[in-house]
Write a new protein. Structure first.
Ligand SMILES: Cc1ncc(COP(=O)(O)O)c(C=O)c1O
Length: 385
């Protein structure tokens, strides 16, 4: 139930990668046979990623994952005096990059979401200044799964001549990607969120986008990302992308959404719970098919995460450890939740291999764990602020 943290390799991905560790170990820059075999594998992977993004092969850049893609978009495009627009619910790979840029004379506006978790494109439009050079907005939020109106934001970027980056790390494999439809210049994905290997990712870089490489050295990736290609990782990412494209067409994602909906509906029957990512009428907004985020009043989220772990259920809570202190989720706080409710929220994010039996197990152990913790909780007794 924690697929948004990471996913296991699918067997087909593992098998596709295997020959590239020992047998076909060549450096893709070498001109001899070993190098050419590696080069062919990288070229084929690039074709698959181009199909995955709906772009040209030459617009695909392989890298180390989502953090690198996000950092590249900001550090590679912005110069002192520029202004950047992003949102307050982005991943720390964007937020921390923006904070670093502030020390170099680059200001960022962090647009807040509506209580539903949706960014209003009108707020993006309002934040534009003459110096605005980049807009960066995520496709799917990692905590709530909420899908952002990126096509509308892409139109705003196009109309105003501003570069547009999409962090699609949590959307890839869950919705069909289409960089042409989105109107973006840059888009980042990570293999390990879609059943590929950790430490591997890719970026769409629209032809002519003047993004500078973070890493300099050799002329790899058309000088857009130096460093010997991680051939096995790239092959694994391509296999994962190929399988993801199948899953989007063969009903797997619809099945996943139905499983998630059943889980969510049943959990919400527990008194003192509610959905994070719902509109004013309590209806869920558009979300990635695998994710639901639910608050539980009168208990401590961390205690529930641990209680569930002891029952074999892995979930993430609404707080994270920063510099030794437990802070409530910046995403849920930006959506207007109070600290206690943000802390006592759980994210359930299903693997695409999740089964009815997995959901049944959660529904068996969760109500009991909630009841037990509420009986013990100082929050319930009103003795904890
Ligand atoms: C939305 C989002 N962006 C970026 C990242 C970072 O990706 P990576 O783990 O590949 O560095 C994550 C990972 O949790 C994420 O959820």
């Amino acid at each position: 139930m924690d697929a948004n943290a990471t996913t296991p390799l699918l067997p087909e991905v593992f098998e596709a990668m295997c020959p590239y560790w020992m047998e076909h170990f060549g450096n893709a820059s070498s001109i001899h046979m070993h190098g050419q075999r590696a080069r062919t594998a990288v070229d084929r992977a690039r074709e698959t990623l181009a199909e995955f993004f709906n772009c040209h092969d030459a617009e695909v850049v392989f890298n180390s994952g989502g953090t690198e893609g996000d950092n590249t978009a900001l550090f590679g495009l912005l110069h002192p005096g520029d202004h950047c627009i992003t949102t307050s619910i982005e991943h720390s790979a964007i937020l921390e990059a923006a904070r670093r840029l502030a020390q170099h004379g680059i200001e960022t506006t962090f647009v807040a979401p509506q209580p539903s978790g949706l960014i209003d494109p009108a707020d993006i439009l309002r934040a534009i200044r003459p110096q605005t050079r980049l807009i960066s907005v995520m496709l799917a939020n990692n905590e709530t799964g909420v899908l952002q109106p990126i096509e509308e934001i892409g139109k705003i970027a196009a109309d105003t001549g501003i570069f547009f980056h999409i962090d699609a790390v949590q959307g890839a494999g869950k919705v069909k990607l289409d960089v042409r439809r989105y109107g973006c210049h840059l888009l980042s994905i990570s293999a390990h969120k879609m059943h590929g290997p950790k430490g591997t990712g890719a970026m769409f870089v629209r032809r002519g986008t003047p993004v500078e490489s973070l890493l300099v050295g050799g002329s790899h990736e058309r000088r857009r990302r130096a460093g010997t290609e991680n051939v096995a990782g790239i092959v694994g990412l391509a296999k994962a992308a190929e399988l993801a494209m199948h899953s989007l067409g063969d009903g797997t994602i619809d099945r996943l959404a139905a499983l998630r909906d059943r889980l969510e509906t049943e959990i919400l029957r527990i008194p003192g719970t509610g959905l994070n990512g719902a509109d004013a009428h309590g209806e869920p907004v558009a979300r990635a098919a695998n994710t639901t985020n639910i608050w539980f009043d009168h208990l401590e989220g961390e205690a529930l995460v641990i209680a569930l772990d002891l029952k074999g259920v892995a979930v993430s809570g609404g707080s994270a450890c920063h510099s030794g202190a437990t802070e409530p989720s910046h995403v849920l706080m930006a959506m207007g939740l109070d600290k206690n409710r943000a802390r006592a929220s759980l994210r359930f994010s299903l693997l695409k291999t999740a089964t009815d039996a997995d959901v049944d197990h959660v529904l068996r152990v969760l109500p009991e764990a909630v009841e037990h913790l509420r009986a013990l909780s100082p929050v319930a007794a009103g003795t904890l602020g």
